[in-house]
Design a protein around this ligand. Structure first.
Ligand code: ADP
Ligand code: MG
Length: 243
């Protein structure tokens, strides 16, 4: 359902991603691990065209973009196929939890307000925030804010949710409740690509793990391979340090 081929990204002279290729099937959970500065966030951002890749092809569901001749129409179609959960939540401070979730449904998908609000309320109830609909982000804990961030991504009607270190800005006490919501999504077979440093979680939740270093995919495979029998010395060194 998702196919990335020969994706590269340069910032000026700095090549941050080199020839990235991978596929994700519907309902799969792919976890990306690797040292910081390796290009993990840039890769996720390219998938959503928050950054334009320098070369390569991205297919997500019905949308397909080739970086060498990407039209605005194709980019717009691609963007609608994924939604982002950011490390720092990136909620609108002047909107309530409910409005934050409903916003994209009204602007991107042009849903009538009443319908968008009803859908958003149901999703917030699902992530355990049915009693926080009218609260502003500043009135919520970090864990609650990130659950609003996930609810917003769930409301989007794209094929895949992209998570960029969703728990790394959280106080330790809020990590579990956010991981629990992600577990719940996994059980519902929501397709997800997750960048995380939570190795235990990665091992439990992933169908496939991608280890990146220095802008390349060093190794990809099932979690048992990456964590127990890595084929590459570089993977081995990273997982033994990280776990
Ligand atoms: P990771 O998420 O694995 O920590 P990033 O994707 O954030 O890595 O960054 C990869 C590299 O790209 C780093 O060297 C970073 O400094 C560089 N980089 C990221 N964004 C930009 C940008 N907008 N302009 C220039 N360099 C960038
Ligand atoms: Mg990052």
């Amino acid at each position: 359902m998702i196919k990335v081929s020969q994706l590269s990204k340069k910032f000026g002279d700095l090549t941050v991603l080199k020839q990235i290729c991978f596929e994700v099937q519907q309902g799969e959970i792919v976890v990306i691990i690797g040292p910081s500065g390796t290009g993990k966030s840039t890769l996720l951002r390219c998938l959503n065209y928050l950054e334009a890749p320098t070369t390569g092809q991205i297919t997500i569901g019905p949308a397909e973009v080739d970086a060498s001749h990407a039209s605005n129409k194709h980019i717009h179609q691609l963007r609608k196929q994924s939604s982002f959960v950011f490390q720092n939540y990136a909620l609108f401070a002047n909107k309530t939890a409910l409005e934050n979730v409903a916003e994209g449904l009204m602007t991107v998908w042009r849903e009538p307000k009443a319908q968008a609000m009803a859908t958003s309320q149901a999703i917030l109830e699902k992530v355990g925030l049915g009693d926080k609909l009218g609260q502003y982000p500043a009135q919520l804990s970090g864990g609650q804010q990130q659950r609003v961030g996930i609810a917003r991504a769930m409301a989007a009607k794209g094929e895949v949710i992209l998570f960029d270190e969703p728990t790394s800005a959280l106080d330790p006490e809020w990590v579990e409740e956010v991981l629990a919501v992600m577990q719940q999504l996994a059980q519902e077979k929501q397709t997800m690509i997750v960048v995380t440093h939570e190795m235990q979680f990665a091992r439990e939740i992933a169908d496939k793990v991608i280890f990146m270093e220095g802008g390349v995919i060093v190794e990809q495979g099932p979690p048992e391979q990456i964590f127990e029998q890595p084929q590459s010395e570089r993977t081995k060194a990273f997982v033994s340090r990280a776990t």
